[in-house]
Design a binder for this molecule. Sequence first.
Ligand code: KG4
Ligand code: ZN
Length: 343
Amino acid sequence: MVEAIKNEEDIITLAIETSCDETSVSVLKNGRTILSNVIHSQIEQHKKFGGVVPEVASRQHIELINDVIEKALKESGKSFNDITHVGVTYGPGLVGALLVGLSAGKAIALARDIPLNGVNHIEGHIYANFLEHPNLEPPFIALIVSGGHSHLVHMKDYGEYEILGRTRDDAAGEAFDKVARALGLGYPGGPLIDKLAKEGNNEKIKFPRAYLEGNSFDFSFSGLKSSVLNYINTQKMKNEPIIVEDVAASFQQAVIDVLVEKTVHLALEKSVSQVVLAGGVAANSGLRNSLINRCEKHEIDVKFPSLILCTDNAAMIGCVAYYEYIRGKRHGYDLNAVPNLKL
Ligand code: KG4
Ligand code: ZN
């Protein structure tokens, strides 16, 4: 079916992502060829608050969206008249932020009288792997770890998911950000901890690993986070030094051990020979290396997106929108933002 439509005429998708603090617009040809992928990060605006402030994010999206659309069109060499399809994130995310992208997407679809597909942001992270790896096909196990989500998913086919594990408290990226904040490193914490961890000893401090009961594939990172905060406070009270590199390395290893163990265990249990990493935390070099090493031993193939496709971007949203479109799905202009949208 994919081929049949491709042969008729190219589908040019304009995709919009505004679920959190990146205003991003992408133009794609037939879902997997990125013609442009403009990402405007608002990190500078949120840094001083130590995290994303929803109201600031919405306002920023409003100020930026038209310029980012224009830039994405220009870089792709296309005009509004060439666009044949619109894809836009409608959840999960910050409601005010989502509404900006959604309104823009609906307005373009209405003005051009072209089909509209709303996209689940988490699904977008998985699909970043299809953009990166042209031959990738389901089934595979996906580990999606971002600032807001930690999911272990068995993707059986396009649009067909079995969710086997999710976080019971903090998401993996959230734990990175909170620990970085406690260490006075700044925001976002993931990349900073990743960098420092390379200089530290990951066995120096014994932080807990929450494997949870029995064979659970759920995650829990709040105990680990509290343990790091306790360690920092205790060191301060005892007037003993805090070796930031060792704390970063030991904390990061505790996160990685749990993520890798559960992912490999699930792949073996489901007899699936491919694993894909997705979401902002998939940018973590320690996680990538550990997963590759563990999977190699079991002859499981590991794939992850390049750094720019790991964190929030509109190209991954356009890729999902395309596959939804060719599967005959459409959304109407009554599509609303769904802040807690499930996969
Ligand atoms: O996917 P994403 O851009 O936004 C959400 O959908 O949440 O993920 C952002 C998260 C942040 O928590 C950030 O600290 C984390 O991804 N992150 C990393 C790294 N790069 C970004 N975490 C660990 N190591 C990294 N290199
Ligand atoms: Zn994300």
